[in-house]
Write a protein that binds this ligand. Structure first.
Ligand code: 15L
Length: 269
């Protein structure tokens, strides 16, 4: 894999990945709708609005692999989601097909399955249960990835990212935390695994309290190093200071589930 494009390079995960991926993929290209504040002279940057197909085509031109982090990464109004995550994700896959990109890593989210209860252990073959408009756009992105893999032969890895960061922030994140180095490992699987066609994996570290069966990732060679339990005391202390919401605490998606929720949670089994 020679040239790799990271979309959403000015965002939280993108900013961190820039320095982690550069030593592995020296011809790293970055794109975003805004120029990253700390862009270095040795970094290649192409400004692109994901809702404009021509701009996205320019961004992907000449690259072999794309790590697609771009778009809105939390819940928002449909008017925001539509151009950023629906039109934008379509444009990304379509531009990749038109310009002969070989592989796309799609940054999906745990919010694709946020309405599963915390007492359920789920793999990647369960029906999606999005907890937000945001989660729906990520489920749509996974479906687009399957279409472009099956119909046009793109190799696609969808990573349902839990919570990315140096340490788990609270009790829920003890179950879904993803260490930056473990995300790099998953991205490398997506960009380099010789037998990859289309897969969905969970982007989570070696978390004792995980709700997810990440068998597909392990089959592809993923060996996470981060262990959330090492941060248990700090995470639980932080949890004690948070407002507690029974709906958020029942379901895997947490506050994304509770936002706008009406009625009886017993209807969701
Ligand atoms: C996500 O998908 C978001 O992008 C991130 O900001 C966190 O909210 C994360 O999920 C989470 O569930 O903690």
């Amino acid at each position: 894999m020679n040239t790799v494009l990271v979309t959403g390079a000015a965002g939280g995960i993108g900013t961190r990945l820039r320095s982690l991926l550069k030593p592995i993929y020296p011809k790293l290209r970055l794109s975003d709708v805004v120029v990253p504040k700390d862009l270095r002279a040795d970094e290649e940057f192409v400004k692109a609005d994901l809702s404009d197909l021509a701009q996205v085509e320019r961004a992907v031109d000449g690259v072999e692999g794309v790590v697609h982090l771009g778009g809105r990464s939390v819940e928002d109004a449909w008017e925001v989601m539509l151009p950023a995550n629906i039109v934008g994700t379509y444009n990304l896959f379509e531009a990749a097909r038109r310009r002969g990109v070989k592989r796309v890593i799609f940054a999906s989210s745990n919010h694709v399955v946020g309405f599963y209860r915390r007492d359920r252990r789920i793999g990647t073959h369960v029906p999606v249960r999005p907890d937000s408009r945001y989660g729906v756009t990520k489920a749509y992105g996974e479906a687009l990835g399957a279409l472009y893999a099956d119909k046009y032969g793109l190799r696609v890895l969808c990573i349902r990212i839990g919570n990315f960061g140096d340490q788990p922030l609270d009790k829920r994140r003890l179950s879904i935390w993803l260490h930056p180095d473990d995300l790099v490992q998953l991205i490398r699987i997506g960009l380099e695994h010789p037998a990859l066609h289309y897969e969905i994996v969970y982007g989570s570290s070696d978390n004792e309290r995980s709700w997810w069966d990440n068998e597909t990732a392990f089959r592809l060679g993923y060996r996470p190093k981060g262990r959330s339990e090492e941060f248990r005391d700090v995470a639980l202390a932080a949890e004690a200071k948070l407002p507690q919401d029974p709906i958020a605490n029942t379901f895997q998606g947490g506050t994304f589930v509770a936002a706008e929720f009406t009625g009886d949670p017993e209807r969701i089994r």
